[in-house]
Write a protein that binds this ligand. Structure first.
Ligand code: ADP
Length: 327
């Protein structure tokens, strides 16, 4: 059966902001215009969607944004959209503006919302993975992850200078409440002595003995990268426990929102450009209910049902390698 020809699509950014979301918006808008479609931008994610807060997008409305962090469309977390009544309002707003398909740039929560909009109201939806956490199934990398990791590595390189000058131990907390992808990549790239991730139980005794052994081997400084949201407590508590268990005194640095800001890396801009355009291609081909991801260098469509529920697994070999290389 020939797919119904789309005339007008919408694009929104939702959930946590991620550097590279703007590059994805630009790609969606320009690819759609290139294919002869009209595009509306939805402000503030699903909050703007159910309020009908739409703006017409032209090729010029996305000029000069590929290099900017944050999102020009703004993002939000919407409680109303979690209710059937909020989604019904959103569907009515889309219909009244003649919008027949929607590209949702966000994380797994945003994808759950998109799935419901499709299931309950027949809106054609496509997801694009935009989150710094890299915790989305169906893609090797999410938009924003590379930038967040580079931001964290740059900060740790600076911390390392002062750590080495004083022979100090630093605990550096990075983002990743439920997943250790940022911590692992950051730790590996910054040469961390130890990496603490939510996927593994925290063994304070082991951390202490390995830090003390490092000092004995003549290490001038030590950096422990800790993902936020540890069962053993926040990074300050871990620092206290290390000292109480006979380990060295620790300085704590919480990188926090610094990791999300700044210009996206070339890698994130390219990923965002390719996936944004692929999402439009899929909608135009009559597909709906998928996320455009990148697997082994190729665009791959993953059902939103999988992208929003399954979780990618942490690379334990990389974790082991980080330990070996910290001798
Ligand atoms: P992310 O997309 O980064 O994971 P959230 O989990 O905060 O961010 O989700 C973003 C928004 O998606 C929420 O504020 C809500 O409006 C919508 N959403 C999330 N989960 C659901 C759900 N189960 N049903 C409907 N909407 C949802």
């Amino acid at each position: 059966m020939a797919a119904k020809k789309l005339r007008r699509i919408g694009v929104l950014t939702s959930g946590g902001d991620a550097p590279g979301m703007n590059a994805a918006v630009r790609a969606v808008v320009r690819k759609a215009i290139h294919l002869g479609l009209e595009v509306v931008g939805v402000r503030r994610g699903y909050s703007g969607l159910h309020r009908g807060d739409f703006i017409d997008m032209t090729a010029r409305s996305v000029s000069n944004i590929i290099q900017r962090g944050g999102t020009i469309l703004k993002t939000d977390r919407s409680r109303e959209f979690q209710e059937p009544s909020g989604r019904a309002k959103a569907a009515r707003a889309l219909a009244s503006h003649g919008v027949e398909g929607l590209v949702v740039i966000g994380g797994d929560g945003s994808f759950r919302g998109a799935q419901l909009l499709e299931a309950e109201h027949g809106v054609a939806v496509m997801g694009v993975p935009g989150t710094i956490d890299n915790d989305i199934y169906g893609t090797d990398s999410t938009i924003g992850f590379d930038t967040a990791v580079n931001n964290a590595v740059e900060a740790i390189d600076k911390i390392r200078d002062t750590a080495a000058a004083h022979g100090r131990l630093f605990l550096v907390e990075v983002m990743g409440r439920k997943s250790g992808f940022i911590a692992l990549a950051t730790g590996l790239a910054a040469g961390a002595e130890t990496i603490v991730i939510p996927e593994e139980p925290v063994d304070i005794d082991k951390i202490c003995s390995s830090l003390l052994a490092g000092l004995e081997r003549g290490k001038a400084s030590s950096v422990v990268v800790v993902a936020e949201g540890q069962k053993a407590g926040a990074v300050f508590q871990i620092a206290e426990k290390i000292t109480q268990t006979g380990g060295p005194e620790c300085k704590v640095v919480v990188l926090g929102h610094l990791q999300r800001g700044g210009n996206p890396t070339a890698r994130d801009r390219i990923l965002a450009s390719v996936l944004g355009a692929a999402a439009v291609d899929a909608l135009v081909a009559g597909k709906s209910g998928f996320m455009a991801g990148m697997l082994a260098g190729k665009v791959a469509l993953c059902p939103l049902a999988d992208a929003s529920t399954k979780k990618p697994t942490i690379d334990r070999d990389a974790l082991e390698l980080a330990k070996v290389l910290a001798i």
